[in-house]
Design a binder for this molecule. Structure first.
Ligand code: ZN
Length: 238
């Protein structure tokens, strides 16, 4: 009986999502500031303006991937972030697809929703899974161009181009310290590991170590989320 109820609930929910998709009318927007970037950027639809305004004090660029197999289209990403997760726009400011197209998915006048704490952080995502594949040449070229322009515009130092994973390491260490857990995850440690091994190592060592230390349950999800976005490999390109 429970199963039937869940099935009916799920079907109604899916119907609701499709209904919303059919009848919602996202507006497209332009941002004069971004025009000055002088690179080809496609403005992307923004459903409603409920986002926190940014002070424009961007000092960090956080690199993500959508982590999806097969590759996500921007529309699908929009459905996940906006329709399902109820974000006001796609969480990243820019998304680059495999053809090297740059989508401006969240105006920089709004704070991103991609790496907590989001203040001062520009979010760029590759619409692919970089654990399994490298970015395409075109995607990577666009990424380099975009980063160069953003760095110049906001005066962002090289060392502040980080992967989501590094942001999470910082966050994790902050929390470990806060909860007096005698463990510190270093970037050097992470740098020794790459690609799939990175995920395996995190799962195998960090997660188990924390479990052994009987760390508060609040911290375990933090360790799990370390696998979200690879990023360390981007260091060497910039
Ligand atoms: Zn990420």
């Amino acid at each position: 009986m429970k199963k039937v109820k869940r099935l009916i609930k799920g079907t109604i929910h899916n119907f609701y999502i499709w209904f919303k998709l059919l009848f919602s009318q996202p507006i497209s927007y332009t941002d004069s500031k971004i025009d000055e970037l002088n690179i080809k950027i496609t403005n992307y639809k923004l459903k409603k303006e409920e986002m926190d305004l940014s002070k424009g004090d961007y000092n960090t660029i956080v690199v993500h991937h959508t982590g999806s197999i097969p590759r996500l289209t921007i529309d699908k990403l929009y459905n996940i972030h906006v329709i399902k997760r109820k974000f006001a726009a796609i969480g990243y400011h820019f998304v680059i697809n495999e053809n090297g197209e740059i989508f401006y998915t969240r105006p920089l006048r709004f704070k991103g929703a991609h790496a907590v704490p989001n203040s001062g952080k520009i979010g760029i995502a590759f619409a692919s899974n970089l654990n399994w594949e490298k970015p395409t040449k075109k995607a990577f070229e666009s990424y380099i161009k975009l980063v160069k322009v953003l760095r110049r515009r906001f005066n962002i130092p090289k060392e502040n181009i980080i992967g989501h994973i590094q942001q999470q390491i910082r966050n994790l260490n902050y929390n470990l310290n806060k909860y007096n857990v005698p463990l510190k995850l270093t970037e050097e440690r992470m740098l020794k590991i790459n690609g799939l091994n990175e995920l395996k190592a995190i799962k195998k060592y960090e997660y188990k170590r924390l479990k052994k230390l009987k760390v508060s349950k609040n911290l375990l999800p933090l360790v799990r989320c370390l696998k979200a976005c690879p990023g360390l490999r981007f260091y060497k390109y910039l």
